[in-house]
Ligand binder design. Sequence first.
Ligand SMILES: [Zn+2]
Length: 159
Amino acid sequence: MTFYEKQTDPSSPMHWLGDMQADYLYPNGKAGDKLFKHIKENDTFLASKCINCSKIFFPPRLYCEDCFVEILEKDWFEIPSTGKIRLHTIVTINTYGEKLNEPKMIALIDIDNTDGALLGIIKTDNIDENLIGRKVEAVFKSKNQREGTLKDILYFKMR
Ligand SMILES: [Zn+2]
């Protein structure tokens, strides 16, 4: 099947092999920009709270995605950069498929006092240990090396 052929049988999915260039820009948006500026200068995070349903967003949002209510400036607040590991896995290759010198533990971390979560690297001596439910804290780059991105978080350490 080629790219120009029309699909006529819905039970026979189309496919073709090849490379496709996919360049894109992903802007932070107003809320992301505010969070990253905060992270650049502080060792804490920001969250925002919907006054209608009380959901606490991390990363912070300008609008509640559940009830579409605008979240005003007064409903933004600082939170500690701490959380609890919901799940984790071990990564042995990079995004190019190349083997890493050392395996890394990557975790989904429920950020304390919010309804949000963040992916992060976990620094641990025993990478095979089950760390689900363990409390962690973000370790940031030194302030003069930060760029205002998530990469300013070096890793999460055990609390
Ligand atoms: Zn809401």
